[in-house]
Write a protein that binds this ligand. Structure first.
Ligand code: SF4
Length: 307
């Protein structure tokens, strides 16, 4: 989750480039302590950004070929191959190859943090939970304050303080978190963060027996086999996950965020509207100066409709 948008002067901040990609690249350029950059081929824009980074940056760049197909053995084999290639890349720049026991130990450590993170959701507001996930992705740890460990559910987390909504779409930037505040001020409450930086992209829980027997294969299962991505073909797993989560949280409306120039998410808006039987508000996200005012008005009108 990049901290800020990119200044207008950033090269490439032109028509045709999604604002998230620009912010991501800008944030990567500011990271003076980074020893490498890892990109995936999730979309053409990220693939192209990796090429630009490799050309302009002094640190090594790794492009992970992420298969879009999810139901074939060949795609899974490619993912395994790419994970091993990433491992060799990391060893080449000073990393250490873990044995199975060490891998299982680190996986367990991350799984423990993720469990605490998931458990904390019911005590956090939508924005706080999104920030906690970002913190976990950045540091590998979840450091709850006293309130999240000891107090009961907040009315906000139970969606008692506003109309329960889901946020669906691509990754958020820190500056975009203001959307949570706009929604709350308009009488809504984000009960489900189904954005790419939200809970949807946390891997499945590890199976203890499989973790012991073959931690690498369990890693592949929990990530590649389990995370529902919109870019997957077919991407039915995304809609299955969303259907179950909407029902479980009694969600009454969906706010769908689509960055300007993002073909991947834009193509899903119509499909989503035909798949779900609750109202959907589509928001185009750009860095234009009137975005917040326009978004506020549209969110208010949407919540009027749901009230
Ligand atoms: S928002 Fe869309 S175009 Fe931008 S990085 Fe994500 S998938 Fe790619």
């Amino acid at each position: 989750m990049p901290d800020t948008g990119a200044p207008a002067a950033v090269p490439g901040a032109a028509a045709g480039v999604c604002p998230y990609t620009i912010s991501f690249m800008h944030a990567a350029e500011q990271l003076t302590t980074a020893t490498a950059m890892v990109f995936t081929t999730l979309c053409d824009q990220m693939r192209r950004t990796a090429e630009v980074a490799a050309k302009n940056s002094n640190v090594p760049v790794f492009l992970f070929n992420l298969p879009a197909t999810c139901s074939s053995t060949t795609a899974r084999d490619l993912y395994v191959h790419e994970l091993r290639r990433l491992g060799r890349f990391l060893v080449d720049i000073g990393g250490k190859l873990p044995g199975p026991d060490e891998l299982a130990r680190v996986m367990t450590q991350y799984a423990t943090q993720r469990r605490r993170l998931r458990d904390a959701r019911i005590r956090l507001s939508g924005r706080e939970f999104s920030e906690a996930i970002a913190q976990f992705h950045r540091t590998g740890a979840f450091t709850p304050d006293t309130r999240t460990e000891s107090q009961p559910r907040t009315p906000a987390a139970d969606c008692e303080s506003g109309v329960p909504l889901a946020l669906v779409g691509g990754p958020m930037r820190r500056q975009d978190l203001v959307l949570f505040d706009l929604i709350e001020n308009a009488g809504g409450q984000v009960c489900l963060d189904a954005t790419t930086t939200g809970e949807r992209t946390l891997p499945d829980r590890f199976d203890p027996q499989r973790l012991t027997e073959d931690p690498f294969d369990e890693l592949v299962r929990a990530y590649f086999d389990s995370i529902p991505g919109i870019f997957r073909r077919p991407n039915n797993a995304f809609y299955d996950w969303l259907d179950a989560a909407l029902t479980a949280r009694n969600v009454r409306g969906i706010i769908f965020r689509n960055y300007l120039w993002c073909d991947l998410w834009r193509a899903e808006l119509q499909r989503l509207k035909t798949r779900v039987d609750i109202p959907v508000l589509g928001l185009d996200v750009s860095d234009e100066s009137d975005t917040i005012a326009r978004t506020t008005t549209r969110v208010q009108a949407f919540l009027e409709l749901l009230s």
